[in-house]
Design a protein around this ligand. Sequence first.
Ligand code: ADP
Length: 527
Amino acid sequence: MNKTVKRIVIILIILILLPAAFLTINEMISLNQNEEVIGRIYSNQLDAILYSVNQYSEDVVSNWASKIDEFHDDLNNLDDVKISSTIDSFYSQFPSLYLIFVADSVNSEIKLIVEKREDEDFLNKLGELKKSVKNILSENQPIVNRLLSYKKAGYRKLEPIKSDTTNDFSILLFIEETPEGLKRITGMMIDPKEFTYRILSPKLQEVAQQEFLISVFNREENYQFNSSRDFKIGEVQQSKALWIFPNYQIGISLVGQTIEDLVQQRALTNILLIGLLTVVLILGVWIVYRNIKKEVELAQIKSDFVSNVSHELRTPLSLISMFSETLEMDRIKTEEKKKEYYSIISQEANRLSKIVNSILNFSKMEAGKRHFNFVESYLNDVAENVYRSYKFHLEQKGFTFSIVKDESIPIIKIDEEAISEAIVNLVDNAVKYSNTDKKIIIRTGMESNNAYVEVEDKGIGIPEKDQKKVFEKFFRVSSGNVHNVKGSGIGLSIVKYIVDAHKGKIELSSEVNKGSKFRLLMPLRNT
Ligand code: ADP
């Protein structure tokens, strides 16, 4: 790898890949922390929902307590006949309210406020109930005292009481104040299942909507009431005791997915995104690297070109100046020698002008300013002309130079000058890249809808991997004798440019140490 390219690779790694790697690793680590945070947020949200259900049920019973308060004041002003019907209509307002009881103190007589019922069982149980309530009160004296002190401070609190004797019901105690300013212990016996079904159920559905499942359950009794569809206690993700019924719990769960599922899904999406980002980044770096590498190589090639061209110019120039100076000094005695020197000078001047011409053509071509003059011509004639002008010169150099023409080629529209320049470039190369087997053939012919002219040599050949590249500007094959052979790497790019202008194509067949054949194909259309 070139030094500059190496440096650029290191800069790219330091500037882009390293920070990107750090970022990715950091992101991965913080992903775990994020998962925890998100998990906590979800669980807080579920908690908040459970809290709101608890709050709601407490609001309901607290509202009932206020109503009972008012109701007691009313009862005192009614006669016996009316009392019974008032009690009945009062109870009917509160489904799941089983019984209200009052007592002046923990040890005093208990008064049950009973609605009229046909139910014999219920009536028979009343005596029993009275006793149980008395027991419960005395067992829970500290709670009663606490409620009393709250009330003294002006605050009515509701307190659930745990009791084994009234299993089917939950008891909620609170303290009332009579109009005379006396404190009275009041209790509500509520059926939790009825309460859940009649009072809580609409609220649960409203809170749960489509996103959550909420249930009220009691594990010991194997009871569960679900907000929407059936789900088992096992599926409940988070649960809390129901404040007003301590034996019951409310549980909540996300519909379809658990919190872990959600968090995992998020993490997966994040990891995928990070992965994608990394791939895009690496791809970007790779593209930048490739472009820079190409630019660096081109810069290298250009500087090679300059030194090649100057070298090519210097050789004929120094020969010309050396021989002309010798002649000028009149040191040459024989006419023969003089002639030889003149001919060298003119040969080198020719070479110079050829080099300069091809550079000029190349720069015109580069600027897109080269114009072509297409006229109806015989390709054979163009090839023949090149052959004739080179024959003597090449034979002098020891080449076997021949031409094979296909006489059936029709007239085609070509720029004669450009095509002969292309053939000359090919012949020049054939000469430059031939070793001991000095044989060059120019051949014309037809192939499908094309006429072609080709130049074949038995020279050093071109390795397969370079065969496409030789048509790129400034490209020179780095193996073989290329360093001994003068050249600038623009000859074949000019050939390609000319053939392209004719909407033709080039076929190259070549084998290392066996020789090369460049075939220029021009379409027959326009004939
Ligand atoms: P150059 O001035 O170097 O000859 P060209 O563009 O004419 O530039 O050719 C590009 C390269 O292709 C040459 O440097 C040489 O390596 C290779 N090449 C061209 N023609 C031949 C050939 N006939 N035989 C072997 N190699 C060739």
